[in-house]
Design a protein around this ligand. Sequence first.
Ligand SMILES: [Zn+2]
Length: 505
Amino acid sequence: MKRILLRALRWGAVLLLVIMVALIGRGWYAFRDRVPGYTLDVKIDAAPSQAAPQPLRAGFGRVKINPDLSDPKRPVWVAGFGQNRAATALHDDLWAIACVLDDGHSRVGMVVLDAIGFFHDDVVAVRRACAAEWKLDYVIVCSTHNHSTPDLMGMWGPHPLKSGVDPRYREQVIAAAARSLGDAVAALQPARVAYHEIPMPTDGLVADTRKPIVFDSDARVMHFTGIGNGHTLGTIVGWANHPETPWSRNTELTSDFCGFLRDALEHGVQQEGRQLAAGVGGIHLYVNGAVGGLMTTHPSVTVRDPYLDQEFKEPSHAKSRAVGHQLAARILPRLHEPHVSRYDFAPIGVRARTLEMPIDNKLFLAAAYLGVFDRGHVRWRHLRTEVALLTIGEASIACVPGEIYPEIINGGIERPPGADFDIEPVEVPPLREVMPGRVKFVFGLANDELGYLIPKSEWDVKPPFLYDSNGVYGEINSCGPEAGRIIHAALAELCREMTPVAAGE
Ligand SMILES: [Zn+2]
């Protein structure tokens, strides 16, 4: 009897050991660094370009990134709301759209994806897929954060424990992003650039669903025109709003208002054969900015389509179009304006740096362990991410690797009653105050998607809740209470390092 017990104990111990080794092995595999040794410290000074100016050149390219919907055995999981939302149709095309700029001294590329988010490892894969002869000194990959596109992060599979990412689709997007950059390089030609800051209303367009009420409402535009004929080559449009207009029950893939805006800028707006607005041609990049905290065309918001003179409240593609048209109605007149300053020179400066982001969020860790998030940790509980600051003549661009709260960008961080940390705001001064240049773009979800970047003094997971509320949304999709502070500090440091250079005519 004693011998049987001993044997059972021995086998039990062996089994326990095997299980532990399997669990640890699983963890080691899940958290392994996908791009070991990858670090980036780009320092491109605009001063040599300023001292010996060469004509600006710009090029645009685009490649469709529609998934294959033909195989019912391989459902395409739609990202952004709940799990188990299989795509039923393609309403309009999804794109990777690229712009390459060359000031004669250095060359930068940017590509924007109609996607929910793209992790840093995937951004590295895009960079590695770019050909050396394209001579790109720095590449930015942004997502529009679209909630009607295939899952590229993993959170929206058939159930919470299974990734919604189809690896083949991820490879397709990486290849398309690189190809769009290659097309933009091939299209490089002498160009002029005009800068616009365009006020946008928030009423009837965007809601802020979490206090304090702070928006990043203005649109910012760089408009590139050809030297010879003045034709539009393309634009870069920055604004801040969640592309989730068709809302949670929609199962048709769409580029949302971003696509309707791009379409209106290019082709104008027609109805029943009548031209309601003239487009400018060219290829247009829509880049999302400070969408955290949370900027959204919520189903409670009624949007009027200024061209069709119709109002839309219920989530629909027509409502997305109305949002796109609201933007186009304010941007197009500026693009048609003949008397704006256009610059032949736009010295390029870049500061870009990888950094480590600690992960406090246990759900994020569990998702990584289970393989729902397929991204590496550079060391235990630390992700590799990246910040960047660019100057393009009179414009500057802060590349933020997630969804930053607008108060970190524009000011207005509060120390509300109920917050978990009773501290003064730490993400100060506001980023836009320290950014160089005249027209200051924020590229959100740039080179990574870390989730929400929340001011530490507004962090709230424990009761009592902010402003006597019943709890707030945001923290569940954040790396932790330090994430906002770390990104703010890293970008502020890049701003201090960057010497502003004025554009020349
Ligand atoms: Zn979001």
